[in-house]
Design a protein around this ligand. Sequence first.
Ligand SMILES: [Zn+2]
Length: 73
Amino acid sequence: MTNTPERKPNVHRDAPVGSVDMPAFQEDGTPYEIWPCHDCLPWHAEVVRSEGEVLVREWHAVDCPLFMELIEI
Ligand SMILES: [Zn+2]
């Protein structure tokens, strides 16, 4: 038994957030589906145009496990 408290990721509404850009469409034109993140509360998304390309910018808590997965790619 250790007394070290498990560090819980900070995914509360006031957690620091980071963004990841996703293509809005797949190569065959299928739209990218946007689902609210189950792993963090500050999640939101915006649609941005970058150099003529439409991108979906997802914002997650920086500690969000899904966010970490997305930015690892
Ligand atoms: Zn998230």
